[in-house]
Ligand binder design. Structure first.
Ligand SMILES: C[S@@+](CC[C@H](N)C(=O)[O-])C[C@H]1O[C@@H](n2cnc3c(N)ncnc32)[C@H](O)[C@@H]1O
Length: 410
């Protein structure tokens, strides 16, 4: 998986391919392998800085990936050093037997020089923060006060939060069920339940019965800010896999149309709603092409949870920071502007559109909305908690999200 990402591939796809080849692996094995790959890639820049001091010419990608995983493990579990080196050498024999000695030598040298790793890492700011230089520059420019906290959060394991379906249970009851199952959780300001320790979905009481869903606590602000009320006609324009669609429907009996461009992802919306006992009209469509899906009846609420760089959720998708290029951000911003302009035409006078990204970059967030308001004089910004917008930065409770509420002149 690490080699696939170094070669420009997608981490989740690589994981799914691996699982398809090994259907018999128990959950614990899957979890352990996932954790190794995800952790290594969260810290990839740091591992690479160390490796640069240990090898004179770049090894083949599979061996480089193996060394990065082993270094990561040595960093985290120094007490297991001998096991890690032995297992890495064993893996090298399976991958490229001719490089067994090299892997052994590099890891033993690494162990002898472990006291210097931090100095090597600190020498390069991008390595220090485990991201490419352009990423570091963008986060610093957008968040001059908080950039270190944002980058630090991107290197941590993500928190796990639950959303309670008020049609089937209450926050207090779910919390009690969790306690009984040996999991403690605390209630956040917006009603999200933050688990003290992540746990497998299959071991969540009430999941199969639709009492709870897994959803980041930051994402759980969306339905609240949309303020959709019973009887309203609501559009969820970029809906898959349907987490926010479901949340909107759990809160009010609305007439909801969910659009999704990707047919495979669209299928997940229906499955999610069925588990929760909810219903919506789901259409596979490009929301920018109004002629392909819109019947001309305006919506009172629109949720525009647009495609974005996902820079606020890199700890969940650590391949993102290595696969994206600086120039991609302008591409996302252009796509988002097209989506906003098209959807605005479908919003009823007096209606509101909630713009959401899971980005921490200004060009997709405050900058995007400032440009939108300059183009649309009939757009008024509705405050969120006394502020013009809400930028959540990733931390121990939630991921990074941006929200702006736009009202169309009546
Ligand atoms: C941020 S995700 C949405 C997450 C979803 N709202 C949720 O909470 O589960 C953005 C989604 O928009 C879809 N998408 C991208 N461009 C689109 C377009 N032009 N029209 C409709 N959907 C689009 C992507 O395939 C992706 O599934």
């Amino acid at each position: 998986m690490v080699a696939a990402v170094i070669d420009g591939g997608n981490l989740t796809d690589a994981f799914e391919r691996l699982l398809a080849r090994h259907p018999g692996w128990p959950d614990a094995t899957r979890g352990a392998i996932r954790d190794l790959a995800w952790t290594t890639l969260r810290e990839y820049g740091r591992g690479d800085a160390v490796l640069a001091h240990l090898v004179h010419s770049p090894p083949p990608v599979d061996i480089r990936a193996l060394l990065l995983v082993a270094l990561q493990r040595l960093w985290q579990k120094p007490e297991q050093a001998h096991t890690v080196v032995d297992q890495a050498v064993e893996a090298a024999v399976a991958l490229m037997p001719g490089l067994k000695g090299m892997v052994n030598g590099v890891l033993r040298t690494a162990l002898r020089q472990q006291g210097q790793w931090q100095t090597w890492i600190e020498a390069d700011p991008a390595a220090r923060h485990a991201c490419p230089p352009w990423w570091l520059a963008r986060v610093q420019a957008t968040h001059p006060q908080d950039w270190q906290a944002v980058l630090e959060a991107g290197r941590q394991r993500p928190p796990m939060a639950l959303r309670v379906n008020p049609r089937r249970s209450t926050v207090a009851d779910v919390q009690a069920e969790l306690e009984a199952a040996g999991a403690s959780a605390r209630v956040l300001e917006n009603g999200a339940l933050l688990l003290a320790q992540p746990r497998a979905v299959a071991r969540l009481p009430g999941y199969a019965e639709g009492r709870v869903s897994v959803q980041d606590a930051g994402a759980q602000w969306a339905a609240q800010l949309l303020q959709a009320e019973a009887g309203m006609r609501v559009l969820d324009a970029c809906a898959a896999p349907g987490g926010k669609t479901a949340h909107v429907l759990e809160r009010a009996d609305v007439d909801l149309l969910a659009l999704e461009l990707d047919p495979l992802r669209a299928g997940r919306i229906g499955r999610n709603l069925a588990r929760l006992g909810l219903a919506a009209t789901v259409k596979v469509a490009d929301c920018r092409r109004l002629d392909s899906w819109w019947d001309g009846r305006p919506f009172e609420r629109i949720l525009a949870d647009v495609p974005c760089s996902a820079s606020g959720v890199v700890r969940r998708h650590p391949d993102i920071k290595w696969l994206r290029r600086d120039t991609d951000i302008a591409g996302f911003a252009a796509q988002q502007a097209e989506i906003l302009d098209a959807l605005w035409r479908t919003l009823a006078p007096g209606g509101t559109m909630l713009y959401v990204t899971c980005s921490v970059f200004d060009q997709e967030n405050a900058g995007q909305i400032a440009r939108f308001c300059a183009r649309h004089t009939d757009a008024e910004r509705l405050p969120i908690d006394g502020r013009t917008e809400l930028q959540l930065l990733p931390n121990a409770e939630h991921d990074g999200f941006y929200f702006a509420r736009l009202r169309k002149a009546p």
